[in-house]
Structure formats: structure tokens, C-alpha cells
Design a protein around this ligand. Structure first.
Ligand code: NAD
Length: 500
């Protein structure tokens, strides 16, 4: 059986209706062995319109449901996800090419955010404020916002939806999901799991959770529609700019999770054993296709030779292959276009003065397999400034810690960052107002692999959005300031007098 056949078998086991398959539409394909098999139906413009109309109707009902009861639906979703974890994770592996433990980790992230959101459903807290007027009371409350469009990228084909949907649901918002055209199967499978949770819940309104399969035109239609107050878009900076402008033109709200260009600073006091482990996972995990992938290694010149030699050794023994196999740590890139981008970036790095330390080139097997590369650069040339979504680690050296922090911040993106050091001074400077300018800053941990409890997102070209934990839920709600007069007079604020 090909990987594409395996994927179809999982879909039918999860209860995805056969009607989603069509002779034409989005082709079903797997990066694991490059196999294809059939296609899935894509949305027509009318389907998008119908989905938004359905979500608008659902909103009217769902916002009236008490938040803790809304949380019950998310709890059931978590239960169903636990039951489907192995199948859904296997499908993530087959469709996105993640190694098995990363596929399982992605589904675990969905479960974790459901647990978080269930608790949150009893904690959508506001404020009470003193009023300057006698016999008055002020408060700030958070109200449901309306239908939320979630546009997601291929590399976290299910977790990003869950980060958004679990919060949106408890906040009182319906969700319309436009998954990546590269990963429609995992979205359809997730929706089958959603249907089971909805059936157990019993009385959720129709149109509360929908998935619309299609290309960028579906995302464009959602971004442009004023009935969608929030568009949460994850993907490239190019896509984010287009979505942001379309949503802003109608004064809607966008939550953008875009590209990263993440760095690690390694100082002379760093524990190099830990650093090597963290670099390997962050730079080659998911075959370099995480928004938080380590792309720039900024190492003190005194330890550069030692660290690079150790890394080259680790890279040369990386198990690359079928991501379903035990022991494999590097699976395929998503498609041939990604391998071309990998080759082109390496060629450009050499043109810009870089030296390839190890890696580069294809692994001879069906599918889009490459050898993760390490490239020494003498400067942050244009290729280093750009996010190539593939396992290329650029290495630069520095002498002074301030210079290292400047290098770290001197790229357009601002997602994740980290320092390996045993010096409290260096660690605290890195975390200070004049330290890392990223949304995520870590000490003695790589830039990749965030937990759902913290707010996730980044600055500058990464888009500025925050999802997942902390108070990210506020993006999915409407803030309302309320003033109640329980006196029998009508005083005005600021001493204004207006008597009729
Ligand atoms: P992509 O930008 O090609 O596509 C992402 C999604 O946007 C897809 O669903 C696509 O159909 C849609 N889309 C594309 N153009 C659009 C437009 N003009 N209007 C509306 N929708 C549009 O990204 P990709 O290749 O799937 O994913 C890789 C990128 O995603 C990388 O840059 C990566 O860093 C980023 N990413 C960021 C995060 C984060 O949280 N910051 C997480 C995952 C991925």
C-alpha cells in the first residue's frame, strides 16, 4: 500500500464521508513516498458564502449558551481527540511528513489546549472599576465576538486550528476553518472527530464548526467578508500582508502568526552538550519546517570550531527516512517545491560567501528527502535574512555579547529566540528591554517546541498576533465597558451640567 492509500484508509476509519472524494479537486498526496491517490472536493464561492451565513446564524445561538456549558463541548472534543489520537497522528505523518512522535505531539497539543480552554470557560474574567459618580458602578466585561475564520499552514495542519477553535468556542464564537491546500485530509479527519463531539454534546447550533477546503481564494474570500470579525491566519509573511490589508480595509481584526527566522546565541560559558541537543532538535526537527525552527546559530568565536565540529558529527549521523519508522528523526520536506527552495537557498548562500560545512542535496528515495545543512556565513547576507522553510542552519560568529544580541535582532522576523549561557548577566540582558526583540525568548532551551500555557506569537514580520495560552483568549472577544446607575440622580462625568 502507498502512503496515500494508508491515508485514505485512516480517513474512512475515522468516519470521513466518502462524498468528500472526487475525481478532480485537491489531489491527495503524501510526502512520505511521493504517492498520490484521488482528490478531495474543493469549495465553490457559494460554499464560502453559505459557510459564513451558517456561522452567523450559529453565533446568535451560541453566544447565549453559558460559557461553562460551551466549555463542555470543548471537553468532549478533548475526549474524542484522545480516542482518535493514534489515527490522527498517523495521518499527520502521512500528509505532512512529521516523524511519528511529532505527529503524536501535535495531537497532544490539541488535547492540551482543549483542557486549557475548559478551565478558561469559567475564567473569562473582566474588571470592576470605581465610578467618579455617586451611586454608579463600572465594569469591563468580555463578550463573544462573532464568526472567526482560521486560515492555517501545512506544517501544523491540526494543532493551529485547535489553538484557535478551543478558545473561540468557549469565548462564544463559531469557527470556519480554511486549512492549507497541502493538508486537506488532516482537516477532514479532525472535522470527523469534531462531529462526534458535537453529537455527544447534543444541542450545538448548526454551522458552529465548519471546514472549507480550498486554495488561497477561499482564504481571500473569508478575509474580505465583513461578517467575519476576526481572521486568524497562520502562514508566510507574504500571505499575512495580504490578509492584514484585506481585513484592515473593512476595519476587521486579524490575528497573524507568520514566518520566523529564529536564532540561538551560544556563549563561552554554555553547556555545549545541552546546546548540541537543543540545536539538533530545533534545526532539523520537522525537517526544518517549523515557524520556530532554529535558522541562525550565533556562536562566540572562541568556541565556534568546537561547536561546529560537534554539530557536523551529529548531523552526519542523523537518521533520515520514512517518518513512520522507529528511530528516524528527519522525514521529508512537504513537496518538490520545498526541495527546490532548499537547493536554491544553499546555492545562494555560497554565492553570498557562505561555506557548506555539511549536508545539502537529496536522499535517494521516493519523496522529498534532503540532507539537513550547516552553512558558515561571514555576515547576515540577504539569504540569511529570509526564511527558507527547510533544514538550513546558518552559523555566524561574534566577539562581544552586545554584538550577538544585535545580530539576533537584525532580521525582519521576530518570533522565537534563545541564549545558551551559564552567566546570569548574559541571560538577564537577553531577557531585558534591550535584549531579544522576539515574542518568545528562552534561556538554555532551543527556540522550538512551545507549551500551550504561554501566549504564542511574534513581532515584526511575524505579525504580532498571540494565540494559545495566557490571555490570548481576549482576541476572540469584544471588550465592553459598562456603567450602571443605581442612584435616583443623573450626574454627568467631569462635572458637566446639562439640565433640561
Ligand atoms: P502559506 O502562506 O503558503 O499558506 C498558509 C495558508 O494561507 C494556506 O491555507 C493558504 O491557502 C493561505 N493563503 C495563502 N495566500 C493567501 C491569501 N492571499 N489570502 C488568504 N489566504 C491565503 O504558508 P505555508 O507554506 O502553508 O506555511 C509555512 C509558513 O507558515 C512559514 O512561513 C511558517 O513560518 C509559517 N508558520 C507560522 C506559524 C506561527 O505560528 N507564527 C506557525 C506555522 C507556520
Amino acid at each position: 500500500m502507498t502512503a496515500a492509500d494508508d491515508a485514505r484508509a485512516i480517513l474512512s476509519r475515522l468516519g470521513v464521508p466518502a462524498g468528500v472524494f472526487t475525481p478532480t479537486g485537491l489531489p491527495i498526496r503524501s510526502p512520505v513516498d511521493g504517492s498520490t491517490g484521488g482528490a478531495v472536493r474543493t469549495a465553490k464561492p457559494d460554499d464560502v458564502d453559505r459557510a459564513i451565513a451558517g456561522a452567523t446564524m450559529a453565533f446568535d445561538a451560541w453566544r447565549r449558551v453559558p460559557a461553562p456549558r460551551r466549555g463542555e463541548l470543548v471537553r468532549l472534543l478533548g475526549v474524542e481527540l484522545r480516542a482518535a489520537k493514534a489515527d490522527l497522528a498517523a495521518l499527520v505523518t502521512l500528509e505532512a511528513g512529521k516523524i511519528a512522535s511529532e505527529g503524536l505531539g501535535e495531537v497532544q497539543e490539541m488535547i492540551d489546549i482543549c483542557d486549557f480552554a475548559v478551565g478558561l470557560s469559567r475564567q473569562l474574567y473582566g474588571l470592576t472599576l470605581p465610578s467618579e459618580r455617586p451611586g454608579h458602578h463600572m465594569r469591563e466585561t468580555w463578550q463573544p465576538l462573532g464568526p472567526v475564520a482560521v486560515i492555517s499552514a501545512f506544517n501544523f495542519p491540526v494543532a493551529v486550528w485547535a489553538w484557535n477553535a478551543a478558545l473561540a468556542l468557549v469565548c462564544g464564537d463559531p469557527v470556519i476553518w480554511k486549512p492549507s491546500e497541502k493538508t486537506p485530509l488532516t482537516a477532514l479527519a479532525t472535522h470527523a472527530v469534531v462531529e462526534r463531539a458535537l453529537a455527544r454534546f447534543g444541542d450545538a447550533p448548526d454551522g458552529l464548526l465548519q471546514v472549507v477546503i480550498g486554495g488561497r481564494e477561499v482564504g481571500e474570500a473569508l478575509a474580505a467578508d465583513p461578517r467575519v470579525p476576526l481572521v486568524s491566519a497562520t502562514g508566510s509573511t507574504r500571505m499575512g500582508r495580504a490578509v492584514a490589508q484585506s481585513v484592515a480595509a473593512r476595519l476587521g481584526r486579524s490575528l497573524l502568526e507568520l514566518g520566523g527566522n529564529n536564532a540561538m546565541i551560544v556563549t563561552p560559558s554554555a553547556d555545549l552538550d545541552m546546546a548540541v541537543g537543543a540545536i539538533a532538535f530545533s534545526a532539523v526537527g520537522t525537517c526544518g519546517q517549523r515557524c520556530t525552527t532554529l535558522r541562525r546559530l550565533l556562536v562566540h568565536e572562541d568556541i565556534a570550531e568546537t561547536l561546529i565540529a560537534r554539530l557536523a558529527e551529529a548531523y552526519d549521523s542523523l537518521p533520515i527516512g520514512d517518518p513512520r519508522d522507529d528511530g528516524v528523526l528527519v522525514g521529508p520536506l512537504i513537496d518538490d517545491a520545498a526541495t527546490h527552495a532548499f537547493d536554491a537557498a544553499l546555492a545562494r548562500a555560497v554565492e553570498e560567501g557562505g561555506t557548506i560545512v555539511t549536508g545539502g542535496g537529496r536522499v535517494e528515495r521516493a519523496g522529498a528527502y534532503v540532507r539537513p545543512a550547516i552553512v558558515r556565513m561571514s555576515a547576515q547576507s540577504p539569504v540569511v535574512m529570509h526564511e527558507t522553510f527547510a533544514p538550513i542552519l546558518y552559523v555566524l560568529t561574534w566577539r562581544d555579547f552586545n554584538e550577538a544580541v544585535e545580530l539576533q535582532n537584525a532580521v525582519p522576523q521576530g518570533l522565537s529566540s534563545c541564549v545558551f549561557t551559564d552567566s546570569v548577566r548574559e541571560a538577564e540582558q537577553f531577557l531585558s528591554a534591550w535584549g531579544s526583540d522576539c515574542g518568545i525568548a528562552n534561556v538554555n532551551i532551543g527556540p522550538s517546541g512551545a507549551e500551550i500555557g504561554g501566549a504564542f506569537g511574534g513581532e515584526k514580520d511575524t505579525g504580532g498576533g498571540r494565540e494559545s495560552g495566557s490571555d490570548a483568549w481576549k482576541a476572540y472577544m469584544r471588550r465592553q465597558t459598562q456603567t450602571v446607575n443605581f442612584s435616583s440622580a443623573l450626574p454627568l462625568a467631569q462635572g458637566v451640567r446639562f439640565e433640561v
